[in-house]
Design a protein around this ligand. Structure first.
Ligand SMILES: C[S@@+](CC[C@H](N)C(=O)[O-])C[C@H]1O[C@@H](n2cnc3c(N)ncnc32)[C@H](O)[C@@H]1O
Length: 379
């Protein structure tokens, strides 16, 4: 049975071998004990579960070795479900509300943050406190402030940070979308919760020349890592610099849904067909970014039936609209659409716009954040 130190060494070597670990962060990943930050109770997804609540609890005491291996696996660890009140039977959960991010993603974000010792950093989304501890290791605990919206999660993180000697790192319980003016300005702001709209307070609290780094996305494609440089005029501009899929900032949350919740009034849906295989509008990050921007509020979900058949579901929860496209080995594919937004038509139109515009890549989009504007444009 491998102990924590051996597992940690394996995690670090795995990251380094895959080229995911910047040498500047190697000592932090080697010396910060990730398992100290992982709570005794975690959840894992049971993909074979037939009901809605497919997040299954795992208590450390029930299987200490499995728990420890999970703490050092290159995966995210679910550390809270349903805002701390599991909605399923026997502690099962429906929606992830806090997690320790995947180590490779943590490493990628720290590299992109480009923070150096002595800089002051604000982290949004303390979660377990592990990322905050890595920052404290390299920059010094007094240089890091971390904000967490959930009081119980924040308390656990503060305790874990104190346990590994970083008690001087301030964990603030509150809405990170407001930033934390008392300790501003910061050289770097890093959010570990995704934003569809980047809060201007992060820009306002970053020193000119500084950087704001956040997962960014649309309901359709929640997968970009956005880096914004802050100028002397108080505006920030930037690009997508990588991929990162995170839970949303609480006020921007798009709730998880089940097919049953969305697919109502099936008989009232309009039928049509399409020759465009849904693969083209779902599997290409560049196309998906453009579609997400042009079809706001539309979520997608693919349910395979066999290797070459399945159903693409599109849903706008807010307006209670949905569409399905049934994939068969050959076109045409049957489409059904319900509600005042014809989601498949909109997605198909957006896809053709993207093609006709020269298939812009994710980093062709420029983001500009000012006190009054959140602009995303091709340039
Ligand atoms: C993916 S987890 C963060 C992972 C964490 N950095 C770590 O190292 O474990 C995202 C966290 O953001 C928190 N969160 C969501 N919205 C927030 C907000 N508006 N302000 C502060 N924290 C928020 C969630 O409660 C959750 O704990």
């Amino acid at each position: 049975m491998a102990d924590a130190q051996v597992l940690r060494q394996c995690m670090v070597e795995g990251l380094a071998e895959r080229g995911e670990l910047d040498e500047r962060w190697r000592a932090a990943f080697t010396e910060v004990p990730r398992h100290v930050f992982v709570p005794e109770l975690v959840w894992h997804q049971d993909r074979g579960f037939q009901g809605d609540c497919d997040l299954v609890p795992l208590r450390r005491a029930e299987d200490p070795q499995r728990w420890l291996e999970l703490a050092y696996a290159n995966t995210s660890v679910i550390t809270q479900v349903d805002d701390g009140h599991p909605t399923g039977e026997n502690g099962r959960g429906f929606e992830v509300s806090s997690s320790a991010s995947m180590p490779a993603v943590v490493a990628q974000m720290l590299t992109a943050l480009d923070a150096e010792p002595g800089m002051r950093v604000l982290e949004i989304g303390t979660g377990t406190g592990y990322n905050a501890a890595l920052l404290a290791h390299r920059l010094g605990a007094p240089h890091v402030v971390s904000m967490e919206i959930d009081a119980t999660v924040a308390e656990h993180a503060q305790d874990a940070l104190a346990a590994v000697g970083y008690g001087a790192l301030r964990v603030i319980t509150g809405d990170g979308a407001q930033g934390y003016p008392p300790a501003a300005p910061y050289d770097r702001v890093i959010s570990t919760a995704a934003a569809a709209e980047v809060p201007y307070s992060w820009v306002a609290q970053t020193t000119p020349g500084g950087l704001v780094l956040t997962p960014w996305g649309t309901a359709y494609y929640p997968g970009g890592l956005l880096a914004l440089s802050v100028g002397t005029d108080g505006t920030a501009t930037g690009k997508i610099v990588g991929s990162a899929s995170f839970m949303w900032l609480r006020a921007q949350r798009i709730p998880r849904y089940t097919i049953g919740q969305i697919m109502r009034d099936h008989d009232a849906a309009a039928g049509s067909t399409t020759d465009l295989h849904p693969w083209y509008v779902t599997n290409d990050a560049h196309a998906a970014t453009a579609i997400g921007l042009r079809v706001p509020g539309c979520q997608k979900f693919y349910h395979p039936h066999s290797p070459d058949t399945g159903t693409l579901y599109l849903a706008d929860q807010h307006h209670r609209c949905w569409a399905t496209v049934h994939i068969t080995p050959e076109p045409p594919y049957e489409v059904r659409q319900y509600g005042h937004r014809k989601l498949w038509d909109d997605v198909e139109t957006a896809y053709h716009w993207w093609k006709d515009t020269g298939k812009p890549t994710v980093n062709a989009w420029t983001f500009t954040i000012t006190p009054s504007e959140h602009r995303i444009e091709l340039c």
